[in-house]
Design a binder for this molecule. Structure first.
Ligand SMILES: NC(=O)c1ccc[n+]([C@@H]2O[C@H](COP(=O)([O-])OP(=O)(O)OC[C@H]3O[C@@H](n4cnc5c(N)ncnc54)[C@H](O)[C@@H]3O)[C@@H](O)[C@H]2O)c1
Ligand SMILES: [Zn+2]
Length: 389
């Protein structure tokens, strides 16, 4: 005889984290950072360790001393456990397993506990890698993200994902772990080179295409101004794009992506593959621009998106500074287009059935479970031809 007695354990854990839009976060006279660390009103000094993106430290040589001065000015409430540690910037940090081990050791050596803070200052790659390390030590230290690229401020930096790359596969190893807080400091964007400034525009188009027709119209009208570093325009983009991402994570019912659908990854199946194929020489935003243009061309071929809307998108992405063709898109792998491997990797990463988000006109989306390889090839040919012109 067998018996079964099953208890269905249900746990509901509310998560909350403030996302602030500010300027001068590390100016000693600005209380925001200290206030943020003291948000839980615990009576004690708040210990924190700070990691700074190497590219950011180079571009803003005064930043590290400013962070130190901030600690001195707020010494009654916060304690930096060591001088800010500079880490590799860009995708290199996510490809460096030994470096990650060094960061984890650093957190352990400095005896950071679950009530201490890890403050990550940098682009999306540094935030992903430091966030991953922070989530592992003692099963999770408090992470404060200070994103320094447009993309990180409007997309990756405000979400709940952390990851590194392994075996040439993007984000193969990672965790869902909401941050303690996010501080978006618009002043930190000023030192960005062109790519770091324009890359986030691709994510803004991505989320606008699937969620917000009015924002899409605004983006197409401001594409040139955004590229020309119109600060007011970029501030609007960051704010609206971050809001759309936050709203999605909060209200779409699947913040930890337990289901197979991932609308915010519209255009990303080919983007992630292209990044890896190029050995990460093609930046994430540039790859996403191609990815959303490719899937939009596919959607046109399938009758889901109008030609005029596609042409508007194509033109605006070009005005925003993106190339919409890359020679690797033609590369062959065992008699098949290499880029198609991205579909396979995307499905593997999600588990279950392949689920891809496609635009339904502009501002709405739906899910498909397969893509026709011949139609993809035709969409690629269309992109190539249009980019040539
Ligand atoms: N976790 C998520 O949900 C999520 C979402 C989207 C993207 N991402 C990840 O984010 C990464 C891309 O991030 P990114 O676009 O922010 O670029 P990045 O982090 O790769 O940085 C690009 C370059 O800019 C430099 N840099 C950063 N800020 C600077 C500044 N203010 N001034 C001068 N140089 C600066 C960096 O050192 C680096 O060399 C990818 O790895 C992507 O997978 C994660
Ligand atoms: Zn992205």
């Amino acid at each position: 005889m067998t018996t079964t007695d099953t208890v269905l354990q249900q746990i509901v854990v509310p998560f909350e984290y403030p996302v602030s839009f500010a300027r001068g976060v590390f100016k000693p006279e600005n209380p925001l950072l200290a206030d943020t660390l003291c948000r839980k009103a615990e009576v004690r000094k708040h210990r924190a360790i700070i990691f700074v993106d190497g590219g950011v430290a180079r571009a803003m040589p005064e930043l590290v001393s400013s962070i130190k001065a901030y600690g001195d000015a707020h010494a009654d409430r916060v304690e930096w456990v060591q001088a800010p540690r500079i880490v590799l910037g860009g995708e290199a940090v996510k490809n460096d397993l030994m470096g990650l081990a060094g960061i984890i050791n650093n957190l352990v050596e400095r005896k950071l506990c679950r009530h201490s803070y890890v403050i990550a200052v940098g682009g999306g790659a540094v935030l992903d890698a430091i966030g991953f390390a922070a989530a592992l030590v003692h099963r999770g230290l408090r992470l404060v993200r200070v994103p320094t690229t447009v993309l990180a401020q409007c997309d990756g930096g405000v979400g709940v994902k952390n990851a590194i790359n392994l075996n040439g596969v993007k984000n193969l190893v990672g965790v869902f772990a909401p941050p303690f807080a996010v501080l978006n400091d618009f002043d930190l964007l000023k030192s960005l080179p062109e790519r770091g400034w324009t890359d986030g525009i691709a994510e803004a188009f991505k989320v606008a295409i699937i969620k917000d027709r009015a924002f899409f119209a605004w983006l197409t009208a401001h594409a040139s101004a955004l590229r020309a570093r119109d600060e007011a325009a970029m501030e609007h983009l960051v704010r609206r794009c971050a809001e759309l991402h936050l709203e999605h994570i909060r209200a779409h019912g699947d913040p930890f992506e337990l289901g197979a659908a991932r609308p915010l990854d519209y255009g990303h199946w080919s983007a992630h593959r292209l990044e890896a194929m190029s050995n990460y020489k093609v930046s994430h935003g540039q790859a996403v621009a191609i990815g959303i243009a490719l899937d939009a061309a596919y959607a046109v071929a399938m009758g889901w998106l109008g030609v005029e809307e596609f042409e508007l998108l194509f033109k605006a992405l070009g005005e925003a500074g993106f190339e919409l063709w890359h020679e690797l898109l033609d590369r062959d792998r065992n008699g098949k287009l290499d880029i198609l491997q991205g579909l396979h990797e995307f499905r593997e990463h999600l588990g279950g059935e392949l689920t891809l988000t496609m635009p339904k006109g502009i501002g709405a989306a739906f899910e498909v479970n397969e893509m026709d390889h011949n139609v993809i090839a035709r969409a690629l040919a269309r992109l190539k031809e249009m980019a040539r012109k």
